[in-house]
Every structure is written in C-alpha cells, then in structure tokens.
Design a protein around this ligand. Sequence first.
Ligand SMILES: Nc1ncnc2c1ncn2[C@@H]1O[C@H](COP(=O)(O)OP(=O)(O)OP(=O)(O)O)[C@@H](O)[C@H]1O
Ligand SMILES: [Mg+2]
Length: 211
Amino acid sequence: MKLGCSEAIAQGNLKRSLLNHYTELASEGTQLILSNLERAAELVHSFKQVAVDQTQSELRFFDVRHYLEEVMLSLSPQLRQTSHAWFITGDESIMIQSYPGLLAQILTNLVTNSLLHGYGPGEAGKLSLHLGLEAGQLLLLYRDDGQGIPLVDQPRIFEPFFTTARDRGGTGLGLSILYNLVVQNLKGEITLQSQPGEGVQFKILLPLEQG
Ligand SMILES: Nc1ncnc2c1ncn2[C@@H]1O[C@H](COP(=O)(O)OP(=O)(O)OP(=O)(O)O)[C@@H](O)[C@H]1O
Ligand SMILES: [Mg+2]
C-alpha cells in the first residue's frame, strides 16, 4: 500500500518523490479552492448587486422605450465584441410608473443570455425588443434568433441553478432572478415562447403603475 505523506514523515522515511507528488497535489488543491472561492465571491457580489439595485431603484415615472434604449447602449461594449444587431420596435412613448433599475436588470439578463447561449462564435444574430400595450399592461417581447432552448429544458429554465453552461461559468441564476423581479417585485408575468432551432421569445407583461 502506498504511504501517505504524513505516515511517511511519522515513520521517518519520507522520499523526495513522495514529497514532490504531495506538493503538486497540494498546489492543485489550493488552486481549485481558490477558483471556487472566487466564483462564490462573484455570486455573493451579484446577489448584493441585485439587492442594492432593488433598494436603490426608486419608483419613477419614465418613458420606457427611451430608458431601455439607454440600457442597450450601456451594454454596447459587450455587444460590440460580437456581430449581433439589436433593435427596439413598437410604441414610441409609453410612460410608466415603475422601478427603472429593475427593468434594466431584466433586459440585461436577457441580452447576456442571448450572448452566452444563443450563438456560436462569430455568428451574427438579431436581438430585438418590442414594446406595446396589452390588456392595460406594458408588453415587452424579447427575441433572439439563436439556437433556442430544447423542449426538455424549457420547463426548468426559471429554476435557480439550472444551467446548461456550467463549464462556461454559468450559474443558472440569471433567469430565476429575472423571474422573481418580474413576478414578485413588479407583479407581472413572464412566459417563454420558444421553438427549438428558432431562437427564444420571452413575453413579459408588467403593470403600468406600481402601487
Ligand atoms: N437566449 C437563450 N438561448 C438559448 N438558451 C438560453 C437562452 N437564455 C437562457 N437559456 C437557457 O436557460 C438556462 C438558464 O439560464 P440562466 O440565465 O438562468 O442561467 P445561465 O445563463 O446558464 O447562468 P447565469 O445567468 O447564472 O450566468 C441557460 O443555461 C440556457 O440553457
Ligand atoms: Mg444567464
């Protein structure tokens, strides 16, 4: 049976090769712990970010299209590294009384997902957001024309920690946070309407006024 390092030390026969092997293992282990800790720290940071946005986001009366165009512009640096095109269509001037920071977070999570999951490297996609009114509510239709979500995954995408991109740094929290923002914070609804191979379409309905 191979001796462990501490047994070898206890028995006074520690060999250079065993010590080298042990040092390698220890350094790999430390690397692993460190990178997991870094990911945990990023997670906590993003949780805090959402919490901060929620509390700092004041209730305001604002022009949705104008505001969301600014959000898209603020995402431009990420988009510029790709060949994707984006556009916002629909009603020019819908005024709502709501929490702009939360809407920004919602759109950011949708766009980030399109970039991470929708397309292969170098592919040029179309990301679009359509604004309108439906049954006295604000309608947001977000679409991309990427690879879409397989039918088997569709029922799970809003679950916390469901991700198909764990190997690329996905945590599976983006859509569950988004769901909570829409349903709990803003008292709205969100549904995924997506045919595999045809990109995604999320339909979001939000009240025009927050109580
Ligand atoms: N636009 C999209 N195109 C294709 N698949 C998507 C898209 N948006 C979400 N998905 C699928 O839904 C899953 C859950 O998304 P979610 O945002 O919750 O997690 P994530 O993006 O994997 O990780 P995180 O957002 O925490 O970094 C993704 O892993 C992916 O499988
Ligand atoms: Mg995501």
